[in-house]
Design a protein around this ligand. Sequence first.
Ligand code: ATP
Length: 302
Amino acid sequence: MIEFKGVVKKYGGFAALRGLDMHIPRGVTAGLVGPNGSGKTTTIKLAVGLLKKSGGEVRVLGLDPWYDGVELRRRVGVLHEKPLYPQDVTVRRLLEHLAGLRGLPAQEAVRVARLAGIEGYMERSVSSLSRGYLQRLGIAIALMGEPELLLLDEPTANLDPSARFEILGMLENLKKDLGVTMVISSHVLPELEKVCDYAVVLSGGVAVAQGSLLELARRFMATLELRIETRSPRLAASRLILSEAFLSVEVSDGLVVARVPGEKLREAEAVVEDLRRSGLAESWSVTSRSLGEVYEAVSRAG
Ligand SMILES: Nc1ncnc2c1ncn2[C@@H]1O[C@H](COP(=O)(O)OP(=O)(O)OP(=O)(O)O)[C@@H](O)[C@H]1O
């Protein structure tokens, strides 16, 4: 869905991107993560053709964003880092106006407002919205025309914890309901864990790691979680505790949840597979929910 090859972006003499290789497949929810100044906003602007690359190759939905920007912006929704909206209009007026500009019917305003959870604010003026609701408005705008790809630049920046939590919950629902590919940039990592299944870690204008969270956790030996379904959780847990492969073994909601360091995954999988063969486990899966942990492991390796 997004392919960057050796992309360089210079602002005057300063290279903000220094040969960025980035691959984001269709269907994922990707965290674009990295410290301030690592190039996240520059990457998003290049991906929608708002900036021209200084070198390398940028492809989004198979198109070159700088030359095919008009078509691309019809198929890609963007929330910019610091969006500016007219203040003295109602939410309804603004959304209907933007829908009209894109040749979409007025009902599109209601549809996207509902998806972004601002349908109860349609008659309010934009100037009266809290920061959290302004972000929702921005996400509603990004959803217009049913884009295939959503690029959200720091959607939770400058929000209080409860507003952050609400926005992330909304993004999680969008992912489930629409199945749209999303790229969410943030320098606040742990909060993306709930939503993302893929990550690109930027540092100094290059990607220092990228892949599914599971791949990254394996590669950088972060902690993984094995979730085991069994009819006898306590008995199964007592067997696992005997193996040195596990950091911890717990019974939670009828499942056995065992944490494993990445380098011991094979060993741990063999133990669980034995359990399954002996009829003590029905099925099991491996997950890594910890983007923060992956990021720390990547930073240590870098
Ligand atoms: N218009 C510009 N002119 C000059 N330098 C710029 C410009 N825009 C960005 N930069 C520089 O390029 C680098 C990357 O900036 P960018 O905004 O892409 O990073 P970021 O990861 O999004 O940071 P943040 O988390 O602070 O938004 C930074 O060092 C920044 O100062």
